[in-house]
Ligand binder design. Sequence first.
Ligand SMILES: Cc1cc2nc3c(=O)[nH]c(=O)nc-3n(C[C@H](O)[C@H](O)[C@H](O)COP(=O)(O)O)c2cc1C
Length: 189
Amino acid sequence: MAKAPRLVAFAGSTRKGSFNVQLVRAAADMAAVQGATVEWLDLAEYDMPIFNEDLEKEGTPEAATAFKEKLKGADGFLIASPEYNSSYPALLKNAIDWASRPAEGEPMLAAFQGKACGLLAASPGMLGGIRMLPQLRTLLMNIGVHVVPNQFGLGKAGEAFSGDGSLKDERARSMVEGVVRQTIEIAGR
Ligand SMILES: Cc1cc2nc3c(=O)[nH]c(=O)nc-3n(C[C@H](O)[C@H](O)[C@H](O)COP(=O)(O)O)c2cc1C
């Protein structure tokens, strides 16, 4: 039997009560049910300064190395991100920028090349962050990630979750399940 794919799940928000954290945690629970091994990462625990090559020369921050190692150890990612001004937030881009940098002797983009990724977004607005998703897709594809075809933006996110963190709406649940299924399938290859 094929080994269960290892996924890491994280959100592009460190806000207390973040809708994207809730969404990616719901997706991570679905992935576990679908047979993946999933680890949820809280970006608040990987506090990285804004990337600067001078800082990098002084030494890569421990948090950046730790985050990159988590990505390297995974077959795929589940990411839920807020949309800030139609794009992805600096927090997420900064984490990706740090993780994209090779340590001495390490292959280029070791954390990203050939990994599967499912993309989600959540917003209190009607559009659910869908203007951001193609931009995040392009960014990840350009660093070697296989972003799965399905994606989902959860609108009206403030009303979308039950007290236990699950999605109330059947259609929303099935959209997220579809993204998770494709991510597991591609991560398992
Ligand atoms: C700087 C900033 C820009 C934002 N721009 C957008 C936007 O373009 N589209 C959108 O749907 N929501 C936008 N929002 C609202 C976010 O969707 C909302 O704050 C959301 O709760 C953030 O995700 P989180 O709950 O995971 O932290 C913006 C919020 C901030 C702080």
